[in-house]
Write a protein that binds this ligand. Structure first.
Ligand code: ADE
Length: 253
């Protein structure tokens, strides 16, 4: 896969592209990632790329020409051009899965008050937000998108790492993890994990996964098919939860 990042701050990506799993994917040529400085396409002698907004108001707007020329310097028919913006559709695993199948992605990082709307409307395929909060620019959002895509490319994760992947891929939040020491500050690891009984451990993990998803992200449960065993577990979790609510209400807690 090829990814081109159009940014005013290419230096923000240097460590990111060289470290950890992303670094491994880049260094083994599974992903070719290039950062392009939008200022290189400015015709201004001071390399300015922003200007005052028509109609007045606060802040500056990134002008259309340098961005248009930066896009054209990397674009082919196979490119998917994405702008990172708080106005975009909210990013999730499903979008990451689809993007990981693309041949070439171009990520445009906005700054200042925004980008001239003629670029957004005419030369961008998609706008993505990484959540309902405003960052100072699209760079960190672009890194989040790159990271989530890279780990899905064939050959990037080893067996151990992709096993971890599966437990999220089934649509539930992950069960809790523990490692040594067995007792830390007097707090013990759940006993079942020390039992050596893999069937029991798997059942416990499935239960914990369902419980944490029910407690924190019940909306995710609407999107997945549960088997009979999982349905029973979920009923048990809901029953215990409503018992707990009843006890709390009774005791005015
Ligand atoms: N740029 C500023 N805020 C953003 C967000 N939440 N997602 C993507 N790009 C952004």
């Amino acid at each position: 896969m090829r990814i081109d990042v159009l940014t005013l701050f290419p230096e923000m990506f240097f460590n990111f592209l060289d470290a950890s799993i992303v670094g491994r994917a880049v260094n083994s040529n599974i992903a070719r990632i290039n950062c392009i400085d939008i200022r290189d396409f400015s015709k201004d002698k001071h390399r300015r790329v922003d200007d005052y907004p028509f109609g007045g108001g606060p802040g500056m707007v990134m002008g259309p020409e340098p961005i248009y020329n930066a896009i054209n310097s990397v674009k082919s028919e196979k490119s998917r051009i994405i702008c990172l913006s708080p106005k975009g559709r909210t990013y999730n695993q499903e979008i990451a899965n689809k993007l990981s199948l693309e041949e070439h992605i171009v990520l445009l990082c906005g700054h200042y008050e925004g980008i001239d709307n003629r670029v957004i409307e005419n030369y961008i395929d998609d706008e993505i937000s990484i959540g309902d909060y405003v960052l100072t620019g699209g760079e960190i959002a672009a890194m989040a998108v790159i990271d989530s895509i890279i780990r899905l490319l064939p050959g990037v994760l080893n067996n151990q790492e992709s096993y971890m992947d599966e437990s999220y891929f089934n649509g539930l939040l992950e069960y809790p993890h523990y490692t040594r020491p067995r007792i830390f500050n007097g707090i013990e690891v759940p006993e079942v994990l020390l039992s050596g009984n893999h069937e029991k451990i798997n059942q416990w993990r499935k239960y914990q996964s369902l419980k944490i998803t029910y407690e924190r992200r019940p909306d995710l449960l609407a999107n997945i098919e549960l088997d009979k065993n999982e349905q029973k577990m979920l009923e048990d979790i809901i029953k215990k939860d409503s018992n707990c609510e009843k006890i709390k209400a009774k005791n005015k807690l």
